[in-house]
Ligand binder design. Structure first.
Ligand SMILES: Cc1ncc(COP(=O)(O)O)c(C=O)c1O
Length: 336
């Protein structure tokens, strides 16, 4: 796979990089097996934490390059992506308009509260309408701004598109440095998958920078078939848009299905237990929507032998801390 080295897509320096790669030693003592390292992308910023910033470095650069003064994006009421976009827009002096799925509660919590603090305009739609009409809603609002002399740039769900692929493609160059620094050759890299862009970038980047490492996405909604298709589509769009010399057939897209539980943004008891255990053992905070499910899957699959008996595993911690608070009722037994 040849990525032309002279080619650099527009990019803004918004994240605190490189993030640390941390070995979970205390967890290892409590639960032996192949070692687990955590790429701490929950530390890409403070309120701006998480995986979305790596993608938005490219998406927002593209928006500025196209002369846009307004960003429209979309997601669930507690979307980490929308929160990151709102805060970055405030930082860059761009107007931010969020189209959110669900009914706005009387008192905002978690990411929604941060969206409001960042000054984002919020339009909330009932789930059915959102699902059925999202492309039209995005286009209508873009037109609304055009009619008022503004230029609005649409970032799709999770910034998971051809532009966003660069975020985790380039994160793999950082991981290659991490692996050299720690003198490790992990065979498995695992992330939570919600809209597919993180997995798409990692899959392409691992092929290019991390020979011997296989990327697995743990889907937190939908199913394996849906994400095999979505990740392949993002990679295809990426290759096409930038005219890259990439043999897409050489890229292995791997999904670990079976951990969605009761549904998107709903978790079963074992996930809450995993979150509490990791916080108490390693001081690491996972969330019930993405990283808690994915890390729970990693531990289960490690015990079941999916990753072999030895070697190193890397978990990409994609953030999501503010998603914990709206689930506070599941942690009431702690602290006794
Ligand atoms: C904390 C967190 N982890 C993982 C993901 C999944 O990333 P992606 O949307 O790129 O699949 C998301 C967003 O969807 C997220 O907010």
């Amino acid at each position: 796979m040849t990525i032309p080295t002279q080619f650099t897509p527009p990019r803004l320096g918004l994240a605190n990089l490189p993030t640390p790669l941390q070995l979970l030693t205390r967890l290892q003592e409590a639960r032996p097996g192949p070692r687990i390292w955590v790429k701490r992308d929950d530390l890409t910023g403070c309120a701006l934490s998480g995986n979305k910033i790596r993608k938005l470095e490219f998406s927002l650069a593209q928006a500025l390059e196209e002369g846009c003064d307004t960003i429209i994006t979309c997601g669930g009421l507690q979307s980490n992506h929308c929160r990151a976009t709102a805060l970055l827009c405030a930082q860059l002096g761009l107007k931010c308009h969020l189209l959110l799925r669900g009914e706005k509660p009387e008192h905002a919590d978690g990411n929604l509260l941060l969206d409001q603090l960042a000054g984002a305009q919020i339009s909330a739609y009932p789930a059915k309408q959102f699902q059925a009409q999202l492309p039209q809603l995005l286009a209508q609002w873009q037109q609304y701004y055009a009619d008022r002399g503004r230029r609005a740039f649409i970032i799709p769900t999770g910034a998971s598109d051809a532009v966003g692929v660069w975020g985790y493609f380039s994160a793999c160059a950082e991981l290659a440095d991490d692996f050299r620094h720690h003198d490790i050759r992990p065979r498995h890299i695992i992330c939570a998958t919600g809209s597919g862009g993180t997995q798409a970038g990692l899959t392409a980047g691992a092929h290019y920078y991390l020979a011997g490492s296989r990327v697995w996405g743990v889907n937190v909604c939908d199913d394996e078939a849906w994400f095999l298709n979505k990740v392949a589509q993002d990679l295809h769009d990426w290759q096409h848009r930038y005219d890259l010399d990439v043999a897409l057939d050489d890229l292995q897209v791997s999904v670990i299905d079976g951990y969605v539980g009761p549904g998107y943004a709903l978790a079963d008891e074992k996930v809450y237990e995993t979150i509490a255990d990791l916080a108490a053992t390693e001081g690491l905070i996972l969330d019930p929507v993405y990283t808690g499910k994915a890390f729970h899957a990693l531990l289960e699959e490690r015990d079941n032998g999916r990753f072999g008996d030895d070697g190193d595993i890397v978990f990409v911690h994609t953030g999501g801390i503010f998603g914990v608070f709206p689930h506070r009722q599941h942690f009431t037994s702690l602290g006794g």
